[in-house]
Design a protein around this ligand. Structure first.
Ligand SMILES: CC(C)(COP(=O)(O)OP(=O)(O)OC[C@H]1O[C@@H](n2cnc3c(N)ncnc32)[C@H](O)[C@@H]1OP(=O)(O)O)[C@@H](O)C(=O)NCCC(=O)NCCS
Length: 96
């Protein structure tokens, strides 16, 4: 295995109970970076989400899914911008 990621789906109370997909824990083996593995992984996972959300009978994803999000550090904004994501909103957090 050279890389992995996961997707979580969250149902919202607003927007008619539609869902959001969250891509998390994106990682590529440090010895294999900069060979577009990360880019291909993101493309594949977004395609899969889109396909499942729009195909009749697609099983895993809520049909009312309306966006895919990923949280990342500022340094990775360019990486995600190049892979079809735009910067919207600001993440707020409080350490415990
Ligand atoms: C981010 C990550 C998944 C990218 O995987 P990858 O296979 O190397 O990605 P790609 O080869 O498709 O793209 C590499 C590009 O991303 C850029 N990049 C990767 N990590 C970066 C970082 N932390 N800051 C700035 N740019 C970064 C590289 O400079 C390269 O840019 P270039 O195409 O202009 O040369 C990988 O670097 C990684 O596992 N990082 C550690 C875990 C992490 O930060 N995950 C992201 C959580 S949101």
């Amino acid at each position: 295995m050279v890389g992995s990621t996961k997707v979580q789906f969250e149902k919202k109370f607003f927007f008619e109970q539609s869902s959001v997909a969250k891509i998390e824990d994106v990682v590529v083996d440090s010895r294999r970076r900069n060979h577009k593995i990360g880019q291909n992984m993101i493309k594949e996972v977004v395609s899969w989400i889109r396909r499942e959300a729009t195909t009749q009978g697609g099983s895993l994803v809520d049909k009312k899914l309306y966006k895919v999000i990923v949280m990342c550090g500022e340094d990775l904004q360019c990486f995600y911008n190049r892979n079809g994501f735009e910067t919207r909103n600001v993440a707020m957090s409080q350490l415990i």
